[in-house]
Design a protein around this ligand. Sequence first.
Ligand SMILES: [Zn+2]
Length: 295
Amino acid sequence: MKKTLKIRKLLCMLCVCIIFIVSNSFIYEQINADEFSSALQSEDFEIIEDEDLLTDEELKDHGEVDEEETFTLDDVMKSDYSASAEDEDLPKDGEIGLDYFDVNDWKIVLINKQHSVPEDYEFTLGTIKTSKGSMKCDERIIPELQQMMQAAKEDGVTLVICSPYRDYERQIYLFNRKIKAYMKKQMSYLEAYRVTAQAVTVPGASEHQIGLALDIVTDTYQSLNEGFEDTDAGKWLAQHSYEYGFILRYPKGKEDITGISYEPWHFRYVGKAAAQYMYENDLTLEEFVADLQSK
Ligand SMILES: [Zn+2]
């Protein structure tokens, strides 16, 4: 009699244990599914050939810049867009307050993991044709880009633009390539996704897709990694890019706000007034837009 009771007790405990384990793994699945949201839709994930995978070296940073996708001042000046240069009206007294800005202005559209590119977002791609290839970005930013590169040159700094506009397919390709490379290093899909999302923007959440982001390097340093901040170009950009309407989009120390690790080479056009305001108040685009929404 006593023995049956013991066995029953044991069975009961076993049941409780099994229920606990099963329910926990169910919760785990649910959290993951939410986190991955639409990115997990199978059609978004293409097969990537092994030879296209990143090397160990490339995994650490964003790798070397593709020579065929870099554009110098001479290239950029060849475009016809300079004629349409139209200086943004900055207040005469130099004082810019939050009231100056309209949160719906295209220049300050917020794109990040939480805010993907709006479906009805419209812009015109400007194309600058060179002997190497063609560079594309929102045509409205070209005059100020030209001004910035020219000013840098006058200060003895050579700016080289790389991969300005990337379409959705290209972003998916870059993202998947990195995930797969991490998985080859024995990471689970979940781990690989998380690490990748910190370094490469999730497809649909990249400013490169709307032609307002530029990766900028220099003639003597063409790697997209933290070392760029110590180059003359990196220093010049950090100090002067705002004067031409471009902000360092993912600054050091603000990773928890932007959700992206420090990228001293990635610049985002927001217009001169907004860039000046963000520079002077040490704000990321996330913080600036939040302030505008609560004003
Ligand atoms: Zn970039």
